[in-house]
Structures are given as structure tokens and as C-alpha cells.
Design a protein around this ligand. Sequence first.
Ligand code: IMP
Ligand code: MG
Length: 184
Amino acid sequence: MTESLQQSISARTPEMIPVLTKEEIHQKVVSLARQISADYQNDPLLLIAVLKGAFIFLSDLVRQLTIPVEIDFIQLSSYGQSDSSCGEVLFHSDISSDIKDKNIVIVEDIIDTGLTMTKLVEHLQALGPKSVKVCTLIDKYERREIAFKADYICHTVKDGFLVGYGLDYAERYRNLPAIYDLKF
Ligand code: IMP
Ligand code: MG
């Protein structure tokens, strides 16, 4: 293939297949919030959102909860600028709360290989919380490398590369109100 043909292919706008509309996301977030509110009705809860991807999911989720919650953030990455994991999880910034004896629910954008959540749960467990559960917007199961099951799941897909509603490809598409599968 000539260099100019290669460049024109990589510059082509990828196709975006709709996965969830903003109305469908809203319904799913409401139902998940109902479940979490019921489960932690009598138990104080700290939500730890994983930046950057979970920022929109977290902000919609907390506004549907009917229980008091504390919120913290942690910034991790495993992807860099590509669509396949480098297999290494980088901690960019840690939580600022003392989580000892607290109930934690991690709020994540998407679980793929399972490496990021496995490492994060281990990291938090070492700090002595009362409990740690995981809430994910998307559970993408085909490429799982470590058996990992989230406790709260908004939507399950087999494969694809999803963008929108916080999810990015090389930092783009996070601001889209719906979720799409990017086809290159
Ligand atoms: P894992 O460690 O392979 O489970 O990957 C988890 C992280 O990779 C997620 O928190 C996302 O940031 C990123 N990721 C995995 N799949 C996708 C996707 O389809 N779209 C956008 N980001 C993804
Ligand atoms: Mg993420």
C-alpha cells in the first residue's frame, strides 16, 4: 500500500454505530441508582469514580440516589492513545479520603480485560474499607483476561470500541450524550 493511501485510510472518519441513546442511558442509570439506594439505605456510602471516563456517569448517577453519599476520585489509565490496553495500569492520582471502615462503590466507565478493576480493588482493599463493590456503565466481556464480575452493571456488550457519555478514543468523543461503537 502506498504511503498516501495509508494516510487517507487512517484519516477517514470512523463509522459510529449507536449502542445506547441518551434516553436508554437515563432509564438504566435511574434503575441502577434505585438498586444502590436500596442496598445502602442504612449504611453510609463513599463513591469513588475512576477518571476520566466515569465523570458523566457519576454525575448522573449521584443525582438519582436517594441516600446520602460522599464522593471521591481516582485517576487511572491503561490505554494511552490507542484502542487496545497496554496491559499496565497507571495510577495518576489517588483518592483524598480516609476509606478505613467505609463502604465503597467504585464507579467505572467500562470493564474490558478486567485488569484495571482487579488492580484498583486490590489497592483499595489494602486501605481497610468495610466493603468494596464495583458499579460499571458498560461490561464488555469478550476480552476478559481476569475473571472479574461487577456488582452493578448498566449495560453489557460482547465487544467493540465504545465512545460517548464519558468514554473516549484518544481523548475524543467524551462529550457525546449517547454511546456509540466506533468502527474503523
Ligand atoms: P481493562 O483494564 O482492560 O478492563 O480496561 C479498562 C479501561 O480501558 C477502561 O476504564 C477504559 O478507560 C478503557 N477502555 C476499555 N474498553 C474501552 C472502550 O470500548 N471504549 C473506551 N475506553 C475503553
Ligand atoms: Mg476507565
